[in-house]
Ligand binder design. Structure first.
Ligand code: ADP
Length: 303
């Protein structure tokens, strides 16, 4: 069991499941509507907690009912919430997500109006209490200050950085992390049609880092700083009902394996299996129980 801190965003996700994506100006019926907590770093924390780690989430929430909903949901999932910055002004970020069953896609309209969890909040944390830090790669200037500060004070503490979207200057953070977790969205935005060539091109910018890239139904790729490459296929477990947060689950699986010093030959398939199980269920509740039920081959490495 490791003590893991994730830093990033928590949101309220309003998930509208539809048979197929509507045309503009259409009026269609939803299959179902659910409201749940989301946010990449918060999702990753919830899964790490299920995997048996002593997990904390640090980020901003609003002081209204939506903020309470998020902190109660995280606590229910076993995630420690003592590092949360409660903001007096602003509202919790909301993601309106159109989840199309026909195309297995999720289209997201995000609204945010909440002061960020910034460097001054981060500086108050006692980082000696953790064995692993995980950052969401957003708010580049503040995240850069956090990473530099922590590198200066606790250089031996391993850290992963999620790079989901192209953001100005984010490449400057690459050399500060031990593990970079890229998305297909980032790769495509940078003009790559497959992950291997992107990871090879990024390698010189992050000479100490393990590079990982998720690629939806094609699985995930990794490249060590020595240039060794790994690939795992995606794993399907029946109908794909909800891919929201699949990347966050993969990231949790990868962090779990690395914390336990597993080889990438095990880490990557485990992350993809866990993400595949997630795609076959709504939300994140009972993910590990469903993993044990659906994946008969191997139990996850002990936390
Ligand atoms: P994100 O959720 O960030 O868009 P991806 O779509 O790349 O991330 O998915 C992350 C991981 O989830 C993939 O590496 C894969 O293992 C798994 N996954 C995604 N889509 C599917 C699918 N349709 N079937 C099975 N596994 C999937």
């Amino acid at each position: 069991m490791a003590r893991i801190l994730t830093v990033g965003v928590a949101t309220l996700d309003v998930v509208i499941t539809v048979d197929g994506f509507p045309r503009e100006d259409d009026k269609i019926r939803a299959r179902g509507v659910t409201t749940r907590r989301g946010g990449n770093a918060a999702n990753t924390a919830v899964v790490l907690s299920q995997l048996g780690h002593d997990t904390s989430w640090a980020g901003s929430i609003s002081s209204d009912g939506n903020g309470d909903f998020v902190s109660r949901d995280l606590a229910r999932a076993g995630v420690k919430t003592g590092n949360i910055a409660v903001q007096r002004d602003g509202a919790l970020p909301v993601s309106y997500i159109l989840n199309s069953v026909a195309s297995e896609s999720r289209t997201i309209i995000h609204h945010r109006d909440l002061p960020e969890f910034g460097f001054e909040d981060f500086r108050r944390l006692d980082l000696r209490r953790y064995d692993w830090l995980h950052f969401e790669g957003r708010n580049v200037a503040e995240t850069g200050r956090m990473l530099s500060h922590y590198r200066g004070q606790h250089s031996a503490l391993p850290c992963s950085l999620e790079v989901e979207k192209p953001r100005e200057g984010i490449e400057e953070l690459f050399e500060l992390a031990d593990v970079l977790l890229f998305s297909r969205q980032y790769a495509r935005a940078k003009g790559f049609h497959e992950p291997g060539s992107m990871l090879a091109e990024i390698a010189p910018r992050a000479p100490r880092a393990l590079l990982v890239c998720a690629w939806g139904e094609d699985g995930a790729w990794a490249r060590t700083y020595e240039g060794e490459e790994f690939h795992s296929p995606a794993y399907g477990y029946g109908e794909v009902v909800d891919t929201i947060g699949a990347g966050d689950v993969l990231n949790a699986g990868v962090i779990h394996g690395l914390v336990n010093q597993q080889s990438l030959n095990r880490v990557l398939p485990f992350g993809c299996q866990l993400a595949g199980v997630k795609c076959a269920q709504q939300g994140l509740d009972d993910l590990l129980a469903n993993y044990h039920r659906l994946v008969k081959t191997d139990k996850p490495p002990a936390a």
